[in-house]
Ligand binder design. Structure first.
Ligand code: 13P
Length: 301
């Protein structure tokens, strides 16, 4: 039998590849990765990578972002059907129609969007920097796409701005209801409840802390508290249980498992390196414009 971890290490050297994994990836994938983190961190790593090949263990928009930021590199997405329903909730055509209703209003697009939507936007953001990005714009009115929940969270943090939101949402985070938070509050009275801003506003309002996946991890690491309820995807709970064995972590809702993020297995990473699959291709005209949108974000944070 092939030792997949050893083979991955060997092929990685052979191909001059780097492996990036999002915080939602399975443990077995995170263990072979060179870099693990949230969308913002991984886009910075991709932008600065020196290797010829980037194996992106995540979902399609993340691998596309790596390609846009490092267009001369080969970017591989180990599972070709690992998509993001939220990113698919807006099309470039839909965004064009919204822009035509609000001429001159700048567009902030969440990184969970296609290359074409990024190309149509002025500046990108992730959940870690969305508030900073919107606040950095001189305009009063801002179009924010496609995550309505994150947009609502940002609007509350930057009350002097008027945000025009798109009705998109993450189907996994949307499963959490305010009632779930109230129940865990009763159940684990001493626990801190840490929530991702992709959850709906009624849920976010009840959180002790709101942040990106890496910000949630950092909060748990730095906190003196020992019990936490995690309101984002299961992968974050797995990481925390492994890295902080003296603290206790509970998942806020059993449905917080992203089926697309869980498609990538250790075997997929091995096959990706072995067979050079699945190569991400972004149209030249979208690369140029989307790169500008992403670079503007990286200049702010
Ligand atoms: P982070 O940027 O917090 O890692 O989140 C990415 C994502 O897709 C959340 O569902």
């Amino acid at each position: 039998m092939v030792d997949l971890t050893m083979e991955i290490q060997r092929l990685k050297q052979d191909r001059n590849a780097v492996i990036l994994a999002h915080n939602y990836q399975l443990d077995e994938v995170q263990r072979v990765a060179d870099y693990v983190g949230d969308s913002l961190y991984l886009s910075k790593v991709a932008a600065n990578s020196k290797q010829d090949v980037i194996v992106f263990c995540g979902v399609r928009f993340m691998a596309e972002t790596a390609k846009i930021l490092s267009p001369t590199k080969t970017v591989l997405l180990p599972e070709k059907d690992a998509g993001c329903p939220l990113a698919e909730m807006i099309t470039a055509e839909g965004l064009r129609a919204l822009k035509s209703k609000h001429p001159g209003v700048p567009v902030v697009c969440y990184i969970n969007s296609s290359a074409e939507v990024k190309a149509q936007s002025d500046i990108c953001c992730t959940s870690a920097n969305a508030v900073k990005i919107v606040a950095s714009l001189p305009d009063h009115k801002v179009i924010f796409v496609p995550d309505e929940n994150l947009g609502d969270y940002v609007a509350k943090q930057v009350p002097d701005k008027e945000l025009i939101l798109w009705k998109g949402h993450c189907v996994t985070h949307a499963k959490v209801k305010a009632e779930d938070v109230k129940q865990v509050r009763e159940l684990y009275k001493a626990a801190k409840i840490l929530i991702h801003p992709e959850c709906n506003p009624a849920v976010v309002r009840l959180a002790d802390f709101v942040g990106s996946t890496s910000e949630i991890i950092r909060y748990a690491e730095e906190s003196e508290k020992t019990t936490f309820v995690i309101g984002t995807e299961m992968g974050v709970v797995c990481t925390l249980r492994e890295t902080l064995p003296n603290k206790e972590f509970f998942l806020l809702h059993p449905g917080l498992v992203c089926p697309n993020m869980k498609k990538t297995r250790l075997e997929s990473v091995y096959q990706a390196l072995r067979n050079h699959q699945y190569e991400i291709d972004v149209e030249e005209e979208h690369i140029v414009l989307a790169q500008r949108t992403l670079q503007r974000m990286l200049e702010v944070v």
